[in-house]
Design a protein around this ligand. Structure first.
Ligand code: 5GP
Ligand code: MN
Length: 330
């Protein structure tokens, strides 16, 4: 922590980034650290490869997050947030790797320890929790804007204080954030309040796509490019749909297969997919994701793969045979 505090204090031009297809924690941690360092007169650029999902566009300073890195060779330091590996930032990974000092701040169990300085705490409920501690360690006074970003990161990564990563600090930090002016119902109404009609229609198609393994313990939900087109929605609208597949009685592992590439009608060849995995806590899905080159947490993980849909589904169903927890007998 001390080394990272010193590095950040020394830096004059810094880039801060988080993983592509960002969730509330990736955006909250990014904004909180960005606002905190800007308040110290630092020159800070914020980068994320993907568009910010509509539900997070209420966050303070969110318009400062850019989708391009201007003059990457002028930065002396980059801080990479909520990424198990540097590749998680997306296409800019190559340019970011060239920045002289790389600081890796994360809470994923599968973190590869990349970079020159690491602040990895797998017990932290969210990267936003680590950022809270870092801001305190730097002696920076938290304001309402930083507090809103931290609160949102913790709220979303703990599934509204329901997931197993929820700890005492999740509540005590959020309590402090509320004392700084955060309004819980206001944040919740932005993050969970309304679904566009398109998203409801997408939910309908996604629910209809659910398949259950013979043991009843694995569920698979599929979101295709055609479904997005048909409902006028975007990739980010599929966020959170997996929870419906996870909540099915007896299901231990849920997979959401998300088709990333458009394909011609009737084409069933291999394309790129992102697979999100969730478990009820009895199966370590980070280990399953790692088998496919991905990573994450014990109860929420993911990986990317090029495959046909049929093959991918059978690979996921085969997990039922590989893991005794997912078989019929237990
Ligand atoms: P999601 O399913 O919401 O995309 O991600 C769930 C968790 O798994 C997140 O903590 C995310 O960072 C991690 N994750 C998702 N996809 C990948 C991946 O392709 N590689 C790695 N290393 N982690 C992933
Ligand atoms: Mn996170």
């Amino acid at each position: 922590m001390k080394q990272i505090v010193n590095q950040l204090k020394k830096s004059n031009r810094m880039l801060i980034t988080s993983h592509e297809h960002p969730d509330g924690d990736a955006i909250g941690a990014l904004l909180a650290l960005g606002i905190a360092l800007e308040s110290q007169g630092k020159h800070v650029s914020l980068y994320n490869e993907s568009p910010i999902p509509a539900v997070y566009r209420f966050l303070p300073s969110v318009q400062k997050v850019k989708r391009v890195i201007t003059d990457p060779d002028t930065f002396d330091t980059v801080t990479v947030l909520d990424c198990g590996g540097l590749h998680r930032v997306g296409k800019a990974a190559g340019a970011i790797r060239q920045i002289p000092r790389i600081i890796n701040i994360d809470h994923h169990v599968t973190n590869s320890n990349f970079g020159h300085f690491q602040l990895i705490d797998t017990r932290a409920c969210a990267t936003a929790e680590i950022i809270y501690r870092l801001i305190k360690a730097m002696g920076i006074g938290l304001d309402k804007a930083m507090a809103t970003a931290i609160y949102t990161g913790i709220l979303t990564d703990t599934g509204s204080f329901r997931f197993s990563n929820t700890n005492r600090l999740s509540f005590s930090i959020c309590e402090e954030m509320i004392s700084l002016g955060v309004n819980p119902s206001e944040v919740a109404s932005h993050v969970y309040g309304t679904y566009s009609l398109g998203r409801i229609k997408l939910l309908n198609l996604a629910l209809d796509s659910i398949e259950i393994s013979a043991s009843g313990k694995v569920s698979i939900m599929t979101v295709t490019q055609n479904m997005l087109k048909e409902t006028g929605t975007h990739a980010e609208d599929a966020d959170g749909l997996i929870n419906y597949a996870r909540r099915i009685q007896d299901v231990r592992v849920a997979a959401l297969i998300h088709e990333l590439d458009k394909r011609k009608k009737g084409d069933t060849g291999p394309v790129n997919y992102h697979v999100s995995l969730r478990s009820d806590g009895s199966v370590d899905v980070a280990a399953i994701a790692a088998l496919f080159g991905g990573g994450g947490h014990a109860s929420a993980a993911g990986f990317s793969i090029t495959s046909t849909l049929l093959e991918l589904k059978s690979k996921i169903t085969e997990l039922s045979q590989r893991y005794p927890e997912l078989c019929n007998v237990n």
